[in-house]
Design a protein around this ligand. Structure first.
Ligand SMILES: [Zn+2]
Length: 586
């Protein structure tokens, strides 16, 4: 609970916010010259300082060396804070819930720097132990190289102590790495220190000042990346600078539940897939998981596996138009792709299936082959087909199909001799489907909105929400409108994200037919504009940012899009919880 710290934007577990002191500090940001330290209780009994409107006041504290036994830490609970100003409490993950503060300072972390697993565990444990709308200040650790990874893990505030100390030791830091300042031949920086002269830096105070500039520059890049939704791209690059940062990225990715809870189901930016790290992103893993867990194939026809296209959505590409002509509504089409895995045709618009950009070289890494093969195998285990026609090129794709085929209970045939778009290959594909029945365009569109409903709301929801006999479709794909038998609109398809936006009638129906529909309970009021977090009395913890949610309270019912995850809505005392689309008074 805090009135001096506010999270204004999220990019996964990273947050952009503001420490409300005068003047305010943008986060992720550097705070040390704005701190009043209440001092150590080990050396003297101390009174808490009087809060200062222009500073973050650190309550008198007891720090513990890294590795101190929990029982010893527990014997000295953190001092309570006077909440009249912005306050910080020095804690460990284990002691954090004993004190209310705006900002929490982990005392056990500095000794762990350089140890990827320990740093990730400490940040994740602390973030889980404190309210979502409070800050983490990691004191004495940040430099231009590691600060992006710290912010990505959820750190809000840092200081320049470590960067300054490195400077006095003669180390010249930039985001790209560390060199000996006295051995510089050119200064790769245009900060005032570096611009004033050339060649080696021998004045250690100047090296330290440069290191602080480098840290501040990197903090600006981080805030810019969060605003653009591209921090993950930034850290995949930044992880290459030091070995332990690569380790830290892998460790954070292993905390999948932590990242997934905080990651929006739709993204602002195109995913630039350039490394194997990309395969572990939440957006990629979540799509693969939902396609195999929630999606179900509704077609009786054979499955045709095709390669992805650079152009998105796939069906607008030259190659896919040729495939669809040959298939002529006689097969279900699933595209194979790295880094997404498999994309059923109904979900080709659904985030992130049309929101990624990858280097097309025709060569697959072993990691890519393993990932796509595992998703395809899960997909074919969950979905029944009479047979599979693999209309794929030799490299990569065929290898994957031949790996998966023996492990699944469906026969495979291959229709490409040289390249998928040659006349011979397309004719082989058409011939293979010669005896199969056609489905109609209307059938395909109905199954598309049902499939998206499964993907978005859960397995089986497509049939419950939009039973085939009870709905009408209007509009042209991809701008489909789902109406009930009386013509009342239930939902529209949003082509940009391949998701459904429900109307009030659709929301009512969702609540009736799906008992565990994602719901945000609100107090007795009718929201005008957005639902703010203080108005939320309860929320489904499974809600993720960007998802459709029901808004339900004694005085109002409505539908909107979640801005925070479900747990954060309940904990937060500030900020927009739900972006309201339709609301009605009861
Ligand atoms: Zn410089």
């Amino acid at each position: 609970m805090t009135e001096f710290f506010e999270v204004l934007d999220h990019d996964g577990a990273a947050r952009a916010g503001e420490l409300r002191i005068d003047p305010p500090v943008q986060t992720p940001g550097r705070v040390e010259d704005r701190v009043v330290d209440g001092g150590s209780l080990w050396t003297a009994a101390r009174e808490a300082p009087t809060p200062d409107a222009s500073a973050l006041t650190i309550m008198p504290h007891r720090g513990f060396p890294t590795g101190t036994d929990d029982r010893l830490v527990g014997a000295f609970p953190p001092a309570g804070a006077d909440r009249a100003g912005a306050t910080a409490a020095v804690v460990t993950a284990g002691s954090a819930d004993a004190v209310e503060a705006d900002v929490y300072i982990p005392s056990d972390l500095p000794g762990k720097m350089g140890h990827a697993a320990a740093v990730v565990e400490a940040i994740v444990d602390l973030r889980r132990a404190i309210p979502a709308d409070t800050g983490i200040y990691l004191a004495g650790c940040a430099d231009a190289m590691n600060v992006a990874m710290l912010a990505y893990a959820g750190v809000d505030l840092v200081d320049a102590t470590a960067a300054t100390a490195a400077g006095y030791d003669g180390w010249y830091q930039t985001a790209m790495g560390t060199v000996v300042a006295a051995e510089l031949t050119e200064r790769p920086c245009m900060c005032p220190v570096c611009a004033d002269g050339s060649g080696p830096l021998t004045d250690l105070a100047a090296v330290a000042a440069h290191n602080v500039h480098a840290l501040d520059t990197e903090l600006r890049r981080i805030r810019t990346a969060i605003a653009a939704g591209t921090l993950r791209d930034h850290v995949e690059m930044q992880a290459r600078v030091e070995q332990w940062l690569t380790g830290m990225l892998r460790r954070i990715d292993h905390e999948y539940g932590y990242l997934e809870q905080r990651s929006a189901v739709i993204g602002r930016a195109t995913i630039r897939a350039t490394t194997d790290d990309t395969l572990r992103r939440v957006a990629i893993q979540r799509y693969a998981q939902r396609v195999t867990d929630r999606y179900q194939n509704r077609f009786q026809n054979p499955l045709v596996l095709v390669p992805c296209s650079a152009r998105k959505p796939y069906s607008t590409s030259q190659s896919h138009r040729q495939f669809y002509d040959a298939i002529d509504y006689r097969a279900h089409v699933v595209s194979m792709t790295s880094p997404i895995g498999v994309v059923p045709m109904e979900l080709e618009l659904t985030y992130p299936a049309q929101h990624y950009d990858t280097v097309v070289t025709g060569q697959w890494s072993a990691t890519e082959i393993e990932f796509v093969a595992s998703v395809l195998q899960r997909y074919l285990t969950e979905n029944r087909y009479p047979r599979v026609i693999a209309h794929v090129p030799q490299e990569g794709y065929r290898t994957i199909c031949e790996q998966v085929a023996p492990n699944v209970d469906v026969p495979f045939t291959y229709t490409v001799s040289d390249h998928p778009t040659t006349q011979a290959s397309l004719e082989a594909l058409a011939t293979e489907l010669a005896g199969d029945l056609r489905y109609t365009k209307r059938e395909r569109e109905t199954k598309t909105v049902q499939a998206i409903a499964d993907y978005q709301f859960g397995r089986g929801v497509g049939d419950a929400l939009f039973p085939r006999s009870e709905i009408e479709l209007n509009g042209r794909y991809p701008k489909l409108q789902v109406c009930d038998a009386e013509g009342t609109q239930l939902a529209v398809m949003v082509p940009q994200y391949g998701m459904l936006a429900l109307s009030l009638a659709g929301a009512n129906r969702w609540q009736q037919v799906v008992p565990d529909a994602a719901t945000v309970q609100i107090d007795e009021f009718v929201p005008h504009g957005d639902v703010l977090a203080p108005g939320v009395t309860d929320a489904d913890p499974a809600i993720r940012p960007g998802e459709e949610v029901l808004i339900d309270g004694p005085a109002a019912f409505g539908i909107g899009r979640a801005v925070m995850d479900g747990e954060a809505m309940v904990e937060a005392e500030r900020g927009v919880a739900v972006d309201v689309r339709h609301i009605e008074a009861r």
